[in-house]
Design a protein. Structure first.
Ligand SMILES: Nc1nc2c(ncn2[C@@H]2O[C@H](COP(=O)(O)OP(=O)(O)O)[C@@H](O)[C@H]2O)c(=O)[nH]1
Ligand SMILES: [Mg+2]
Lengths: 450, 334
């Protein structure tokens, strides 16, 4: 029911366009309609979408497309450029105060992830910038919010300043800065309570903290799954506090994350970091152009390729790809490939970056669970050389032997064999040697381990 | 009788409903105001029903997170209906619009009996499992529901199944103290299934009426964590036939289209039977529950309207709709 990724849809539009050899205004209209839907599907604010589509339309009927030999591709390029532009080109740095400590205030709605992000940021400053941060527990409202920050501090071995729940957040913040000075700590990260942007009383409180401390950074922490309301929230916080940046959280989920775009568009404040998991080292610098791809459903190809390049042996990868294309991919190759993939990080993460991967039927049944990978390895290693080369040799007694050798149940061996076949099919589809569903050709991909 | 009049009548029917609708009126003030103001604006601006009118309507609904699929279906139907009934004046379409919106939720069934109460076992222990992504309000909703059930004279026990997030156990314990109910807990990092198991045993031996099970927040695309949740549910099933009696998916009203994916995946893992829609005291509308109801047929059972103990209300679709359209009723329908 859900729409296929825009990439897929654009693909068919593109096909139509290239067939014609000329892009008509009607084609552009159709295409911008698709773009509009895809962006709305991704939770980009409707006002932002409206402006965006208008700009695309203007460019797409211009000469750069009309005169191009590949007008379809040209249009995709324009969309991506505009989108990246909208997300904010360069990635920006974190402030350093001339008179330490540098003060960072974390603000946002309830449940956005402020406390976890405070911890991650402190960890990041220590690890990447060699700083000595102090975490400040200024959420005196939510039950056990202080406990949470203290636990995070303990896990990281980073000091936490707290005065219990009776103290006033403004006083807490003030004292924390004095404390940091005494202890020669150079960053102070203030974890404030979550609040609604329409709660005047609590928004005032933030204003007071700001006026008292004149923080160097005020970060709005936003859940990447936020819908249309993201603009209202960001606008209100920005009006009250003049934010210096945004941190997106929970980007390890499967949301398209259109809120990112909306927030950037209405506040013009840079998105500085992205939270990519619950662990305290899972904070990354934000990459606008990657986010642009993701919102359009093209997958985070750039990140994937980068990761692959870091970890994969080029020539081996070429070999594998060749085998896959010619459908001579065996369990031996599979094993080798798994070794490579394993060195790239958790499978789920990688999968999320493959364009359209979540939509592929074959892949849905193949569950990538890192513990399972160990089991799979055990099973493959219990196969004979011949079996690995030619899985069609498999019969009941062979399967039983493999099960025994690997310490896994026969049902699991069966499942793996089935999955292997499915995977082979899927690879063929993704490599473009064979049409995908409904016989439509997928764009060829040169992913080294695919 | 017009649909809106029928609705209004329904509301004055019983004092209890009146009370509920009052709470909704205040709690959903912003939702109602912005929605109906916009709709009124729209109607006033256009007068004529034309393409632009429908485009604007589309935008209003999209801005409430109703979702582009649902909206487009709806608008298409409206266009057809306008043609069929030969409606030219925008004001005449107002009623059809609200009617169709309600229909999405009720599926065209009896409009006035779509309320979904909690599946309480009258003479036995009722077990309710709370699931959802991080930060949506699971623990808070449990605290609020515990308070509500205790007010009704039930003996309630809470079990701290979130053994992962820092401070989560303390948070639930604080709610237990605040409400005055027992909390069963293990240490941070322990096996969630094991603590839930202990919770069940404790609830049984203490002869509790209700056991509310907290779980750690998890993003629905984490296969491991979703499997862990299925395991927790299986433990409950094994200990008590027919339990859990409700699996409540907690959704943050601020969430956009991803809420649909959450509903799908959590249902696959735990057979979700109802939704708690939180944070409706903000400006977000939670319109995605319409799509969830339409596509997955999961009803909303409660709404969260704030952070206080008393800020949980049973979801009443009629009241919800009334909240959305109250202004219009008083404008010219009455
Ligand atoms: N304004 C508002 N805040 C809420 C509501 N429900 C929960 N919260 C807040 O949202 C945050 C996350 O809630 P919590 O129960 O810890 O979420 P969990 O991670 O799902 O257990 C807390 O700050 C709660 O106080 C609600 O209905 N309205
Ligand atoms: Mg919780």
């Amino acid at each position: 029911m859900a729409f296929e990724g825009l990439a897929d849809r654009l693909q068919s539009t593109v096909k139509k366009m290239t067939g014609k050899g000329k892009v008509s205004e009607q084609d552009v209209k159709e295409m911008t309609r698709e773009v509009r839907l895809a962006l709305l599907e991704a939770d980009v604010n409707f006002k932002v979408v409206k402006d965006f589509v208008k700009r695309i339309k203007e460019r797409a009927v211009g000469a750069e497309v009309m005169d191009s030999l590949t007008p379809g591709q040209q249009v995709i390029k324009i969309v991506k450029e505009e989108l990246t532009d909208l997300m904010g080109g360069e990635q920006s740095k974190i402030a350093v105060s001339e008179r330490p400590p540098t003060v960072i205030m974390m603000v946002g709605l309830q449940g956005a992830g402020k406390t976890t992000t405070s911890g991650k940021l402190a960890n990041h400053l220590r690890k990447k910038h060699n700083r000595k941060p102090l975490l400040v527990a200024a959420d005196v409202y939510r039950p056990a919010a202080i406990d949470q920050l203290q636990t995070v501090g303990k896990q990281l071995d980073i000091p936490v300043f707290s005065k219990g729940t009776e103290a006033n957040p403004v006083d807490i913040a003030n004292e924390a800065i004095l404390h940091a000075k005494e202890e020669h700590l150079d960053y102070v990260i203030i974890d404030t309570a979550g609040r609604l942007h329409v709660d005047e009383h609590l928004m005032d409180e933030l204003g007071q903290i700001k006026n008292n401390l004149t923080p160097d950074e005020i970060f709005l922490v936003v859940d990447a799954m936020t819908g249309q309301d993201a603009v209202n929230v960001a606008e209100s916080f920005d009006d009250q506090l003049d934010l210096s940046g945004v941190v997106l959280t929970k980007l390890d989920g499967d949301t398209r994350g259109g809120a990112a775009l909306s927030i950037k568009a209405v506040t013009q404040k840079p998105i500085k970091f992205a939270g990519m998991g619950e662990k305290l080292d899972e904070l990354e610098a934000f990459h606008p152009e990657r986010m642009a791809s993701r919102i359009l459903g093209m997958g985070d190809v750039l990140s994937l390729i980068e990761k692959a390049q870091d970890n994969v042996d080029e020539t081996k990868a070429k070999e594998l790809e060749q085998k896959m294309r010619s459908a001579t991919f065996t369990f031996d190759d599979f094993l080798e490939q798994m070794e490579q993939v394993k060195s790239m990080g958790p499978m789920e993460d990688l999968l999320g970056m493959i364009p359209g991967a979540n939509k592929m039927k074959g892949l849905k049944n193949v569950q990538f669970d890192d513990k399972q990978i160990v089991h799979v390895e055990a099973i493959v290693k219990s196969m004979t050389k011949a079996e690995r080369q030619d899985p069609s040799l498999m019969n009941a007694s062979r399967k039983k032997r493999i099960a025994k050798g690997s310490g896994r149940p026969v049902s699991e061996v069966n499942r793996l064999l089935k999955q292997f076949e499915e995977m082979k099919k899927m690879m063929k589809q993704m490599s473009g040697t064979q049409g995908g569903k409904k016989g439509k050709r997928k764009k060829g991909m040169n992913l080294p381990f695919m | 009788m017009s649909f809106l009049k029928k609705l209004k009548e329904k509301f004055s029917a019983s004092a209890e409903t009146e009370e509920v609708s009052d709470k909704y009126k205040s709690g959903l003030e912003k939702t109602r105001e912005s929605f109906s103001t916009k709709l009124n604006d729209l109607v006033a601006r256009y007068r004529k029903v034309d393409e632009e009118f429908f485009e604007d309507l589309e935008e209003i609904l999209i801005s409430a997170d109703v979702g582009v699929n649902t909206v487009m279906d709806l608008v298409e139907e409206l266009e057809m209906e306008a043609k069929r009934q030969n409606i030219k004046d925008a004001r005449d379409l107002k009623e059809v619009i609200s009617e169709k919106l309600v229909e999405i939720y009720t599926g065209g069934e009896d409009t006035f009996k779509t309320q979904a109460p909690l599946n309480i076992q009258p003479d036995d222990l009722s077990v309710f499992l709370f699931v959802g992504v991080n930060g949506v309000g699971k623990t808070t909703s449990i605290g609020k529901l515990a308070y509500q059930l205790k007010q009704e004279g039930k003996k309630v026990v809470l079990v701290a199944g979130d053994t992962f997030r820092a401070g989560a156990i303390e948070q639930l314990s604080a709610w237990g103290e605040r409400v005055g109910v027992d909390v069963i807990k293990h240490g941070e990092g322990s096996d969630p299934a094991a603590v839930i198991y202990d919770g069940i045993q404790a609830a049984k031996s203490r002869k509790a009426d209700v056991l509310l099970c907290d779980t750690a927040g998890r993003l629905q695309n984490k296969v491991n964590l979703m499997n862990e949740l299925s395991k927790v549910k299986r433990v409950i099933e094994r200990e008590i036939p027919n339990a859990p009696h409700d699996v409540l998916l907690v959704l943050d009203a601020t969430t956009g289209q991803n809420a649909l994916s959450q509903a799908k995946t959590f249902s696959e893992a735990t057979d979700v039977s109802g939704i708690v829609l939180t944070k409706l005291d903000g400006t977000a509308k939670g319109g995605i529950v319409l799509a969830i109801r339409k596509q997955l047929d999961i009803p909303v059972k409660f709404v969260g309207l704030g952070e206080k103990m008393t800020d949980l209300e049973a979801f009443d679709p009629n009241a919800f709709v009334y909240g959305l359209f109250a202004d219009m009723l008083t404008d010219d329908e009455m």
